[in-house]
Design a binder for this molecule. Structure first.
Ligand SMILES: [Zn+2]
Length: 377
């Protein structure tokens, strides 16, 4: 199988059906969307032709090694995650997103379909706008000119860039790949569109969020993916590793999230499994309502001499600050409790403080090394 590694990304895309979230190496945390006027890109048409040719070649290559049934089966086996590492503190909202990559509340996000029938485009876009009921953004479909999201239908699997990363992609490149056709079922189109546009809005895969609690049988996971040519490192990065707290804003783990893959029982230690989630969960909705709320406070890591990161919880969402970092975070109306994970009387625990919209705060160090206090800026 000399060419297996070369098309591993394609195989991965098939495996993780509504799957991959793409990363750019230096995300720009500003919210100014400036990318792409495809009309002014003379290579766009050539790009589309080349892309379709490349996809056909990849697909034919895959079929040298897998039957159509095997490829279909692979699509139902997806990603996993580890034991919980965070105290969920009774939170009821469960979801996660990429820190600093959410759009500014009220943002307009232009969506351009690079190919596909008008009917298919309309179906996908209609489900994308479902998110507008919760996240304060405005998706606008454009047929020419600049766009932040460019959707390519083809055989390159399912993936999307995350949040503001979409605004930093070359104008001639798609930002989202959808392996949908006019023959795809309505349920599948809904599931895929909601999932991929969740990525557009900054959401990450639920099974890799810091509080994920899937009881992986790691040996089974390694064995399973090794049969498909994956190294242990690839399995770690694509399946088992969780996103770090300092790069994620998240709630407790939500197995019903549209951002969660199905998990087969054969890959867990106790028969735990997750089926196909095809609609937004209650937590998906409440999380995005909050993350796109304009009712926010700022919180700053101002613990002098303390080089560790500080995690705090407010309005049901965990945030983690690096030394000197300031975050703008959503709060509920009225009084809120902000809990800082710190060392109180020698033990690590959540220490509660009262905060309110309209003030900004800093976390300072008092007394013992890891004993913090929240103060108004
Ligand atoms: Zn995904």
């Amino acid at each position: 199988m000399p060419h297996l590694r070369a098309f591993a990304p394609c195989l991965f895309a098939l495996l993780l059906i509504s799957s991959c979230q793409k990363e750019v190496t230096n995300p720009d945390n500003t919210s100014t969307a400036t990318s792409g006027n495809s009309d002014e890109c003379p290579s766009l048409q050539a790009f589309l032709v080349a892309s379709e040719s490349e996809q056909e070649t990849q697909n034919n290559t895959l079929l040298q090694y897998f039957t159509l049934q095997e490829l279909s089966d692979l699509r139902s086996n997806t990603c996993l995650a580890k034991s919980p590492t965070e105290d969920e503190s009774g939170t009821t909202e469960r979801a996660s997103g990429a820190k600093g990559r959410f759009w500014t509340p009220g943002a307009t996000i232009r969506v351009r379909f690079l190919n596909g029938s008008a009917t298919l485009q309309q179906k996908v876009f209609a489900w994308a706008t479902e998110w507008e009921n919760y996240a304060d953004v405005d998706f606008v479909q454009v047929n020419s000119g600049a766009s932040e999201v460019r959707v390519l239908f083809g055989n390159d699997g399912y993936w999307s860039y995350v949040g503001l990363d979409n605004a930093n992609i070359e104008a001639c490149e798609e930002t989202m790949s959808l392996q949908l056709t006019d023959q795809t079922s309505a349920t599948e189109i809904r599931r895929v569109a909601l999932h991929e546009f969740g990525h557009v809005l900054g959401m990450r895969h639920e099974h890799q969020q810091p509080a994920a609690s899937i009881p992986w049988n790691t040996t089974a996971v390694y064995n399973y993916y090794s049969q498909q040519g994956w190294s242990r490192t690839e399995v770690d990065e694509q399946v088992l590793n969780k996103n770090s707290t300092e790069t994620t804003q998240y709630t407790g783990f939500d197995a019903s999230s549209i951002m969660e893959y199905p998990v087969p029982a054969s890959l867990t230690t106790n028969g735990y499994s997750i089926g196909w989630n095809t609609q937004l969960s209650a937590a998906d909705k409440s999380f995005m309502q909050l993350m796109y709320s304009s009712r926010r406070i700022k919180v700053r890591h101002a613990a002098s001499g303390y080089t560790g990161k500080i995690t705090f919880l407010v309005a049901g969402i965990y945030h983690t600050l690096l030394p000197g970092e300031t975050l703008s975070v959503p709060v509920q109306s009225g009084a809120n409790t902000l809990s800082v994970y710190e060392q109180v009387s020698g033990a690590w625990a959540w220490d509660d403080y009262s905060v309110a919209y309209g003030s900004n705060y800093k976390i300072v160090r008092t007394g013992a090394a890891n004993n913090m206090t929240l103060q108004v800026e």
